[in-house]
Design a protein around this ligand. Structure first.
Ligand SMILES: Nc1ncnc2c1ncn2[C@@H]1O[C@H](COP(=O)(O)OP(=O)(O)OP(=O)(O)O)[C@@H](O)[C@H]1O
Length: 367
């Protein structure tokens, strides 16, 4: 999606939400663009569902504002907003057939019978269920039921589809398949999707951008790649994927680069472009390195910017890759790093001494 070319569809400004003494959201700001697949990602209780329900109009903000399509949503009830919510799988009515389920929301639009049937059939076609109208819920697979729930939202022709953990009830294989299907469908329809999920992998796979929410605030809002490669804080870094955290100190940082001293790895210069903007060198006491950014060099020693000797203390062999724990010298005691190498390299045995290659681009500077 070309974000530069698309207009904002949802503008969230300084939104707070209190439930009695509980503050679920504390001053959230975000702009979501037309045609974007946007995810709200965070642990249980962080406030992501609350934000989705505020956009839908099921709850009212305690402070701040939400605009949709350039209009303030203050006092606009859910059924008059250009949004439609898809709930968890199986949230379809068991006593109605597929067509009745999909047409449910259209009843209040008072369409003629033929027109309604046409709208329903079109929505079923969009989710690849043409001809399934007469089936009952129990005659459908989990994935098909999920698609019916989606068709029920699509038939209302909303500008924005809101998805509240729609895939969480599906088993892993079906969930993987539905993640791709939903993404493809969203791309082909060009409708804005906002997904709530606590599953970081799901958010990375499906989204154009992700807002990571902790304790009622957005900790980082970025593309999946930015979030993975350049998480701003230790908390975001450990929530998204696996990260080694290594003690470090730094100088410089005023201009082009930081001089880092990482006891476990050595000294290295890292470009400032790898750091969150304006990060003071004095504030750096830890750096991150993703496991796949370390390589057991084997015979190719000399190809890496830096190398460090270590002892393999554990291996987990997965066929396509191997995870290693490697003890390297630290400031006082040895430090264990986790690393992951793809197949193609000989597997190093536990207890063996290895050379681990790494470079400045492996290092993630954290706030
Ligand atoms: N209706 C309500 N009344 C009181 N407190 C609420 C209400 N709804 C949410 N909360 C509280 O607000 C906070 C945020 O809840 P929310 O449901 O948005 O979290 P979440 O990130 O979606 O979590 P989960 O993944 O578990 O659904 C929680 O502390 C929750 O207990």
């Amino acid at each position: 999606m070309n974000r530069a070319a698309s207009a904002p569809i949802i503008e969230i400004k300084d939104v707070t939400k209190n439930f009695g003494a509980v503050t679920a959201l504390k001053g959230v700001d975000a702009v979501i663009h037309e045609g974007e697949f946007f995810s709200l990602l965070g642990p249980s209780g962080c406030g992501k569902t609350t934000l989705l329900r505020l956009i839908a109009g099921f709850e009212q903000v305690s402070g701040g504002s939400i605009m949709i399509g350039g209009k303030s949503m203050k006092d606009i009830p859910a059924n008059r907003r250009p949004t439609n919510m898809v709930f968890q799988s199986y949230a379809i009515f068991p006593h109605l057939d597929v067509a009745e389920n999909v047409g449910y929301g259209l009843v209040r639009k008072k369409l003629g019978k033929a027109e309604m049937a046409r709208e329903v059939e079109q929505a079923l076609e969009m989710v690849d269920l043409a001809g399934y109208g007469k089936r009952k819920a129990h005659e459908l697979s989990g994935g098909q039921r999920q698609r019916v729930a989606l068709a029920r939202a699509l038939v209302m022709r909303p500008k924005v589809i809101l998805l509240d953990e729609p895939l969480s009830a599906l088993d892993k294989k079906l969930r993987d398949q539905m993640q791709h299907e939903l993404r493809q469908l969203q791309k082909s329809l060009g409708i804005t999707f906002i997904l709530v999920t606590h599953d970081q992998e799901e958010a990375l796979i499906m989204s154009d951008r992700i807002a990571v929410i902790f304790d009622g605030t957005i900790a980082q809002l970025a593309t999946p790649e930015e979030l993975y490669r350049r998480p701003r804080t230790r908390r975001v870094a450990s929530f998204i994927g696996v990260m080694n955290f290594l003690e470090a100190s730094a100088s410089g940082g005023d201009g082009a680069s930081y001089q880092l001293d990482i006891p476990a790895l050595g000294r290295i210069e890292v470009p400032a472009s790898q750091a969150p903007e304006g990060l003071a060198a004095a504030k750096i006491n830890v750096v991150g390195v993703r496991p796949e950014m370390f390589t057991i060099t084997g015979e190719d020693t000399g190809h890496f910017e830096r190398e460090v000797q270590g002892t393999v203390t554990g291996t987990d062999y997965y066929g396509d890759m191997t995870y290693y724990s490697v003890a390297v010298p630290g400031a006082e005691a040895p430090v264990t790093i986790s690393m992951r190498n793809t197949a193609g390299r000989a597997v190093a045995r536990e207890g063996s001494t290895v050379t681990v290659g790494w470079g400045a681009d492996s290092i993630v500077l954290l706030e």
